[in-house]
Design a protein around this ligand. Structure first.
Ligand SMILES: Cc1ncc(COP(=O)(O)O)c(C=O)c1O
Length: 473
């Protein structure tokens, strides 16, 4: 009888220090990458593959689990393990946002805390000072005084960089897109954290790159998996969020940050660091960006001002490693010529006034209160089986649901009651994390948080309630 593995060679080196399950997972991953194992192929049962390779059943269970975590296969209880179909060329999933609902999906800061009065005053100051010049085309790399002000801002985050390496960009998303444009070509491999920000997945997929997700642990990427994948692939870049990661809220330990820098050097890939809110720390622990430790110039650093200031500014910065400097400049120019001159000049004055320190402190207090309210409500109203970790900052909680309901199902059920959450499957190139949801407390007030979590808790409890059998009388 033919087997899907007929043309796949799995040669085990029993004397090697590499565990047998890793060798098996590697061989199967290679066969999937090269197309020898087509999408939807059913892999041999655990028992038959264990017998074929003369290994223990547990070795095959671990190998399949490993492949599942990396997004190569999926398993269906009672039916077997299948090769996952290739991801669509572009992520098109959208989340529907009801107008009057409780919004746990948006990570957009609430307009109540935007420094509107400061910007109104400073906009007028710019117009009085610069008149029509504020509306002319600007240098692609950015308004030079703003780049200098950014250089100083970065020093307060532990980053020392020459002003020549700083580019002003129209938000963090543009930074990711520029990285994709200059570093990712069709067929290239890009590493991302698993799970990761869906906007980055879409950018890399739009370049035709193959995305490999490295499982994220509470203190950073799983280094064993990362090393394993580095034996299989030569990535162009690894896209990471070392502080208050989206969607998990996890932050890297210093050891893992250093290990990542060492691996980038050894294997010659760039790290693209998306620092979208490391300032938003609740426990006053300073969480330095990876860039602050980057003595070998391997990190393309992207800083967004959307979460810590206002998303509508559409301003951010990137620091490019020297070999990428020219490419980033050109890619930015051909993307949108330059970011708004009027807003760059206004942000420049805002940063120079130094009131941003107080603004950030106010944001920390504001979101810390919402986070505490969310944690309290989760503990009080959700079934005990729901797992989550208190983040040290940021805007997100990452919740593992009990068996019996997926994130997508919970999303649909909550939507019917005008409560919006984001299913975990949103954060993977190939629909993993279907047992998880992201709950963001950025856009919901404390009363709404309690009300929304109560509704979620009721849905989960109803789903898990044991079905009683009524006697027919
Ligand atoms: C992790 C991450 N990076 C980048 C962005 C995009 O940010 P920006 O508004 O600066 O383009 C977002 C937006 O939510 C995000 O969550």
């Amino acid at each position: 009888m033919s087997s899907p593995l007929d043309n796949v060679s799995i040669r085990l080196q029993r004397e090697s220090t590499e565990p047998l399950h890793t060798q098996i997972a590697s061989a199967l991953a290679e066969a999937i990458d090269s197309g020898q194992l087509a999408p939807d192929t059913r892999l041999p049962s655990i028992r038959s593959l264990a017998a074929l390779l003369e290994v223990n059943n547990v070795t095959i269970v671990t190998a399949y689990k490993n492949l599942e975590q990396l997004g190569y296969v999926w398993s269906k209880v009672g039916s077997g393990t299948f090769v996952r179909p290739a991801p669509p060329a572009e992520t098109t999933r959208q989340i529907y946002i009801p107008h009057n609902g409780i919004n746990f999906a948006s990570a957009t800061p609430t307009p109540e805390i935007f420094p509107v009065a400061d910007f109104q005053r400073l906009l007028n100051k710019v117009l009085d000072r610069d008149g029509g010049h504020a509306f002319g085309y600007q240098e692609s790399q950015g308004w030079p005084p703003l780049r200098e002000a950014m250089q100083e801002y970065l020093i307060s985050n532990g980053i020392h960089t020459p002003v020549e390496n700083i580019h002003i960009i129209s938000g963090g998303q543009q930074g990711i897109d520029l990285a994709a444009k200059i570093l990712a070509n069709p067929g290239d491999t890009i590493f991302v954290e698993g799970p990761t920000y869906h906007g980055a997945i879409a950018s890399f997929q739009s370049r035709g790159a193959r995305i490999v997700a490295i499982p994220l642990e509470k203190d950073g990427p799983n280094l064993k998996e990362l090393r394993q994948q580095l034996r299989r692939h030569k990535p162009r870049l690894f896209y990471v969020m070392p502080n208050f990661q989206n969607p998990t809220g996890y932050s890297y330990s210093t050891q893992k940050k250093q290990a990542l820098l060492d691996l980038a050097r050894e294997h010659q890939f760039f790290i693209v660091e998306d620092d979208y809110l490391s300032e938003l720390s609740f426990d006053h622990t300073s969480r330095q960006p990876l860039k602050a430790m980057d003595s070998k110039d391997q990190v393309m650093y992207i800083k967004s001002f959307s979460k810590i200031l206002m998303p509508g500014l559409r301003l951010g910065l990137t620091i490019s490693p020297a070999p990428l400097n020219h490419g980033i400049g050109a890619a930015k120019q051909f993307s949108d010529i330059s970011s708004s001159g009027l807003l760059q000049r206004t942000l420049d004055l805002y940063l120079r006034e130094k009131t941003w320190h107080q603004h950030i402190q106010a944001m920390q207090k504001f979101y810390s209160a919402r986070c505490q309210a969310a944690l309290k409500a989760l503990a009080e109203y959700l079934p005990q089986e729901v797992r989550f970790t208190a983040p040290g900052g940021g805007l997100h909680l990452w919740l593992k649901l009990p068996q019996g309901i997926t994130g997508d199902e919970l999303y649909q059920q909550c939507l019917k009651e005008d409560v919006l959450i984001t299913p975990g499957s949103f954060f993977a190139p190939s629909g993993l994390y279907d047992q998880w949801i992201r709950l963001s407390y950025a856009a919901a007030g404390e009363d709404e948080i309690i009300k929304g979590v109560k509704i979620m808790g009721r849905i989960l409890k109803e789903k898990n309630a044991p079905h009683t059998i009524q006697p027919l009388l």
